[in-house]
Design a protein around this ligand. Sequence first.
Ligand code: ATP
Ligand code: MG
Length: 229
Amino acid sequence: MTEVANIIEVNAIFKHFRTKAENISVINDVSFNVLSGESVTILGESGCGKTTLLSLIAGLDRPDQGDVIWNGLNIKCLSDNKLAIRRSKFLGFIFQDFCLINEISVLANVLLPSMLAKKDICSAKSRAHELLKSLGISSKFNSLPNLLSGGERQRVAIARAMINNPAVIVADEPTGNLDEKTGASIMKMILDLCDSDRISLVLVTHNNRFAAMTDRVYKLSDGSLARVG
Ligand SMILES: Nc1ncnc2c1ncn2[C@@H]1O[C@H](COP(=O)(O)OP(=O)(O)OP(=O)(O)O)[C@@H](O)[C@H]1O
Ligand SMILES: [Mg+2]
């Protein structure tokens, strides 16, 4: 039997924030792993630290202590520049508030990670068109993002996260701003794309029905992560 590798390992990480008023311990000794091709949900109340945890997993922020390991590589060893380049190839991040650039077209937004990863522009463009088509927004490739609906913007964010064929997608409440029906169709698109390309998924959602569609479910509470499904 072949052993399935950990695509992500998080070992005993801690993160606190110091503000003028207080010192908040947000992530407190969290460890978990994601297998290659596996989907994992993180649930938790607003403000409990879900976005913080995803940012640490994605190397957008660094833990105070502990290790984040991407496919065997401890990202502690990488400079910020090297980490950004490695991230663009390894992982796609779907942000809670889309984070699209409104001054450039949908296509240019989707292509951004491929430019950072120095991918061949012709194959990146054809992949972008393919993704926009499979997400049902191919006619919008030349539009500016702020002229799109919320659901359309979310699909652009998904295409951008998928453009470099990453090993992992990290999705922070990708259906949070959408009605139930649009949210369900976006969720299905993410799961189908991950499934067909064997991409691992780390999902944050408040929706238990979407959580149940993933392989494992964790709850973050008081800085600790516990498996609940
Ligand atoms: N850069 C920062 N500086 C200070 N405090 C921060 C910072 N980032 C997050 N926090 C605090 O850390 C806590 C967790 O925030 P986080 O955004 O991770 O929560 P969340 O679980 O994603 O919430 P939501 O479900 O509302 O998106 C909050 O109390 C927040 O105010
Ligand atoms: Mg959040």
